[in-house]
Design a protein around this ligand. Sequence first.
Ligand code: NAD
Length: 265
Amino acid sequence: MDGSGMDGSGMTDRTGLFDLTGRSALVTGAAGGIGSAVAGALARAGAAVLVTDVDGAAAAAVAGKLSASGLTADSAALDVRDRAAADSAVSRAAALADGRLHILVNNAGVTAPAMFDKLEEESFRRLVDIHVMGAFHCTQAALPFLPTDGTGRVINVTSSAGLTGTLGQVNYSAAKAGIIGLTKSLARELARKRILVNALAPLAATPMTETIRTDPKFAERMLARIPLGRWAEPEEVAGAFVFFASDAASFVTGQVLPVDGGMVM
Ligand SMILES: NC(=O)c1ccc[n+]([C@@H]2O[C@H](COP(=O)([O-])OP(=O)(O)OC[C@H]3O[C@@H](n4cnc5c(N)ncnc54)[C@H](O)[C@@H]3O)[C@@H](O)[C@H]2O)c1
């Protein structure tokens, strides 16, 4: 298999399209929410997964659960703003497979809502630092380890906020729109190395969305914007990450896929 999903006869091997056996993955911000669901889904698809988070103990707990259920996982403390820590985490992830890192998921993120007239410069810089610079550091650290045989993947996490804007989230929207630009330019640059770069704009019930799901001021208005009329559990959005990581996505690059119950069309 060469990352195209085709076997030697020119026929598509449909059974193996989503099989990640023999590949390694590094997921940032994977101690909870969407990141831990993605780490689990990639591991169940056969990948050896390095679970990383700024909260190293929580990342270790997630990796411990995966290992206990017979999957291949390890963990590392990684603040995505720290380039040296990113370099060391990438080496650890590559050591889980054949010395290469096949799949990088730039998932770590935070929000800090404030209306623009009250938005502080420090908060704006912090969000750009975590989202955009975090993806920059981790991807640049990963680049020498990403295979050039069609199996190398960078999967970024953006948001509907980066696509359509959100009230009270200029900092977050700017950072998430930055990730979209990074995704598209990098997809063009890395295409010659057969490395695919895509992004997802998910929507899921996680600690990040707790206020908007539970505060009566927001909850009903938000649900009304989701055509499927409900929130997804993180596990429900994780399958789209497996798709982008797998041979099934061998001809897809530079795309932003909303996985949000139809909110952004
Ligand atoms: N939940 C949603 O509906 C939704 C919608 C759109 C986009 N997103 C994006 O999805 C991603 C995951 O969000 P979530 O909802 O699971 O949030 P979450 O708050 O549940 O998880 C985020 C994780 O990132 C970690 N983190 C924070 N700062 C970090 C740093 N500097 N370095 C490394 N790790 C760090 C946190 O410790 C946490 O484990 C984020 O990029 C978020 O912006 C989420």
